[in-house]
Design a protein around this ligand. Structure first.
Ligand SMILES: [Zn+2]
Length: 155
């Protein structure tokens, strides 16, 4: 476990009045919904948490060896292949990629930050460019993913 840098843990984990963690549905689990509109490029949220070398279900990768967990919101962001937000792992901010309306579920591309996912999964984001099977940027689809891709390519 690496020591936590000051800039990641100095902040308190406070409620953000703009965001809610909500249950989306049974297949997608928890997600983050915004109560506010954000313009493209706007900082949606500043986050803090516990920095360590461990990957867990709700951790996010900071750099080659460090991950942040125990965050108030960003660990619950949904994946989207054409997301409305991105994570800045240097500034520790969530940034809107396009205009976001109140009530929208916030999404990021998990493969933007994660070398390896805690769990690979079939995506149902609905984007025209949906990749179908989601895995980390430095790992191949697992056997379940290869089977899934073979089945869906065949259609
Ligand atoms: Zn997708």
């Amino acid at each position: 476990m690496t020591s936590a840098p000051e800039w990641a843990t100095a902040q308190q984990l406070q409620d953000d009045e703009a965001l809610d963690v909500v249950r989306l549905d049974d297949s997608r689990g928890l997600g983050v919904r915004t109560r506010q509109a954000f313009a493209a490029g706007a900082v949606v949220h500043r986050f803090a948490g516990i920095v360590s070398g461990d990957i867990c279900q709700h951790s996010l990768q900071i750099d080659a060896s460090r991950h942040i967990s125990g965050t108030r919101y960003i660990g619950y962001l949904s994946h989207g292949c054409d997301p409305n937000c991105r994570l800045d792992m240097v500034g520790f901010v969530l940034v809107a990629l396009r205009a976001v309306a109140p009530g929208e579920v916030l999404t990021v591309d998990y493969a933007d930050t994660e070398d390896r996912l805690h769990r690979q999964f079939a995506c149902c984001c609905g984007a025209a460019a949906c990749r179908g099977w989601i895995h980390g940027r430095r790992e191949a689809p697992n056997p379940e993913g290869l089977a899934w891709l073979a089945e869906h390519d065949a259609r």
